[in-house]
Design a binder for this molecule. Structure first.
Ligand code: CP
Length: 304
């Protein structure tokens, strides 16, 4: 039985197989309508979500399976004091696979040790978001045709942004990736990522504060939201929330074949006027998130 807790849980070969399956589903969706007949997915979301929960649920329904779960723990016996361990053991008795989002870093990893069925980390605090990373990598493959030889700009909240942490970890395994880290001082990438990934693997990276100083050299621009829910005080959030706003003027400086990604939700960091630009990939990215989760569910259930 395999879980997905960390983006490194799959080898490059397993990732390649997963992307090929997702691309097969995109091309031939009808062939997969009954792939998960009689299987049940549970979505246990202790933190709010739109994309991750709905895309998991849509993925399972499109594969012929069914879904049970909660979108907030307040509607479950968690409110009576039930531990995550007992919740997972209980729900795991009813279903075939679980997607778990938790506010505590390491929550899904801990839960997976007691889960009787495959468990997927659907985001844990400011730590990792591996299925977003699968989504991001599939989007980059679709946009660029490969996940190598790219200069990738990561912009916004690089300190608390779990999607950024997971993406750096995953992309560090591909050839010739350069990172440009664009953030205010207070939201810079954590030191452990610099030490354990960039320095250890000799991966080139640069840190800049202004998007205008970096945008012209990027192949991928990965925008992120400044996350109100991760701040300890409102003042800091208000001061930093509008640090970056990508608009048409700034895009004039960018390459013609730049691809703009964003895990979403966005607040103000990408102007709506950018949505019509052919370089905006973030709503295509949303849809790839469903297809890659279809592929992931099939792989973890062993139906493919
Ligand atoms: N990208 C992402 O995780 O979005 P949600 O929080 O809406 O699931």
């Amino acid at each position: 039985m395999k879980h997905l807790i960390d983006p490194m849980d799959f080898s490059l070969k397993e990732l390649e197989d997963l992307f090929e399956l997702a691309e097969d589903i995109i091309e031939n969706e009808d062939d997969f309508r009954h792939a998960c007949d009689h299987k049940i997915l549970s979505t246990l979301f202790y933190e709010p979500s739109t994309r991750t929960r709905f895309s998991f649920e849509a993925a399972m329904l499109r594969l012929g399976g069914q879904v049970i779960g909660f979108s907030e723990a307040s509607s479950s016996s968690v409110m009576k004091g039930e531990s995550i361990l007992d919740t997972i053991r209980t729900v795991g008795s009813y279903v075939d696979i679980i997607a778990l989002r938790h506010s505590k870093e390491g929550g899904p990893k801990f839960a997976s040790q007691y889960s009787p069925v495959p468990l997927i980390n659907a985001g844990d605090g400011g730590h990792q978001h591996p299925t977003q990373t699968l989504t991001d990598l599939l989007t980059i493959r679709q946009a660029k045709g490969q996940i190598s030889d790219l200069t990738v700009g990561l912009c916004g909240d690089l300190k608390f942004g779990r999607t950024v942490h997971s993406l750096i970890k995953a992309m560090s395994r591909y050839e010739n990736i350069n990172f440009v880290l664009i953030s205010p001082q207070e939201l810079q990438i954590p030191e452990y990522i610099k030490m354990e990934i960039f320095n250890k693997k000799s991966i080139p990276f640069a840190e800049v504060e202004r998007l205008e100083d970096a945008v012209e050299r990027l192949d991928i621009l990965y925008m992120t939201r400044v996350q109100k829910e991760r701040f300890f005080n409102e003042e800091d959030y208000i001061r930093l929330k509008d640090s970056y706003i990508l608009n048409k003027d700034k895009l004039k400086l960018a390459k013609k074949d730049l691809s703009i990604l964003h895990p979403l939700p966005r607040v103000s960091e990408i102007s709506y006027e950018v949505d019509d630009d052919s370089r905006a990939w973030y709503f295509r990215q949303v849809k790839y998130g469903m297809y890659i989760r279809m592929a992931l569910i099939m792989k973890l259930l062993g139906v493919m």
